[in-house]
Design a protein around this ligand. Structure first.
Ligand code: MG
Length: 373
């Protein structure tokens, strides 16, 4: 089998509000085509226009290649070798950031093809599924008022979620305000549901310690990304000072930063985003690292249904999986891109697709409707 085309697709809503840290306003999808008719799909959670260029661009020299040029004519089943080919071919402009994000989209699509070729789901290829359904937490941007927090939390409860995360928005501006918002969420969720807080890099170590002291009555499962992604010294000081789990890693790519977050940052929860970290090829290395160090891995997932499917396939095969993230942002890019939407079961879980590959199908009409040219 040979790759015949790598098609980059930019999707974008008509209006984008750049004051919101809401990545569901645009999206980057790839279709990898083969000469045997199999088509793999993947996505990158990145700047879609940069990703499109990284796929389409003509090469500059041996270690500044366009990714489509590198892949067309290659055997899509040699996934690990192709990952290295892309990594080395993008070395001068890559090694992290948008290049790794774009590689993630292609890696997801290659695993999708590998699953289709084998007649097995990606979870099966990753070592076998341990779960047919995964517990998910609902995830939404933190609104500005306790009243709006209550609306979101009560809707999550009514919809059957057992866990909710709120993050970014006003968090980090005032500790008193943050506590008020988080207390409203806990009150609405009741004592038995799980509540996570995403601080959106809005804190210093000492302010985060103070916040967590004041949040003690509200039973926070984790505090996410209070500091900048590579402030390993800060993460270590914070993690060592508080009993609450500290989570981070959504901004990282490649195995190295995750090793640093565990070894230097003393983190409790790693949050690789399959559409940023380097795809399944890197995420499985992170899962092995985490299993060896006894830390939790909960993939970051705040984009389209392709990433939901990838995150479910990944967690389904993972030892000690606890949750997968599930965006409840009201964007057609989140819930309108697949032919069949994901649904919660009565235990607050989402079924892991069991068809070949990712087990999901793009709604081509929706793709064309949302396509940005
Ligand atoms: Mg986050």
């Amino acid at each position: 089998m040979k790759i015949t085309a790598v098609e980059p697709i930019v999707l974008r809503l008509g209006k984008v509000d750049t004051s919101r840290a809401d990545g569901t306003q645009d999206a980057f999808v790839v279709r990898v085509q083969t000469d045997e008719g199999l088509v793999g799909i993947g996505e990158a959670d990145t700047s879609p226009h940069v990703a499109r260029t990284i796929v389409e661009m003509p090469s500059s020299h041996a270690v500044a290649r366009g990714l489509a040029e590198l892949l067309v004519g290659q055997d899509p089943l040699r996934v690990g070798e192709l990952w290295e080919r892309m990594f080395r071919g993008s070395y001068h402009y890559g090694r992290a950031g948008a290049a790794l994000h774009t590689m993630s989209a292609i890696d997801i699509a290659l695993w999708d093809i590998a699953g289709q070729a084998a007649g097995a789901s990606v979870a099966d290829l990753l070592g076998g599924r341990r779960h047919d359904a995964m517990a998910v937490y609902a995830s939404e941007v933190m609104p500005d008022s306790p009243e709006r927090v209550r609306e979101i939390a009560s809707r999550a409860v009514a919809d059957g979620y057992r866990a909710l995360k709120l993050g970014w928005g006003p968090l980090g501006g005032s500790i008193e305000r943050d506590v008020e918002l988080i207390a409203a969420a806990r009150d609405e969720l009741g004592p038995d549901r799980t509540l996570m807080v995403d601080a959106g890099m809005g804190y210093t170590v000492k302010r985060a310690v103070q916040l967590l002291r004041e949040l003690e009555p509200y039973d926070i499962y984790w505090l996410e990304e209070p500091l900048l992604a590579d402030d390993y010294d800060g993460y270590r000081r914070l993690s060592d000072a508080v009993p609450v789990r500290i989570a981070a890693g959504e901004a990282d790519s490649g195995l190295g930063p995750y090793r640093a977050l565990v070894e230097l940052g003393h983190l409790d929860v790693l949050q690789p985003d399959l559409a940023r970290c380097g795809g399944f090829t890197v995420a499985r290395q992170i899962a092995e690292l985490a299993a060896a160090r006894g830390v939790e891995v909960v993939p970051h997932c705040f984009s389209t249904g392709i990433l939901v499917a990838a995150s479910l396939q990944f967690t389904a095969a993972m030892s000690g999986a606890t949750f997968s993230e599930f965006s409840v942002a009201s964007s057609p890019l989140v819930n309108g891109l697949l032919t069949a939407p994901f649904a919660l079961d009565e235990e607050g879980r989402v079924a892991v697709p069991d068809g070949p590959g990712l087990g999901v199908t793009l709604d081509d009409a929706a793709v064309e409707r949302l396509r940005y040219r």
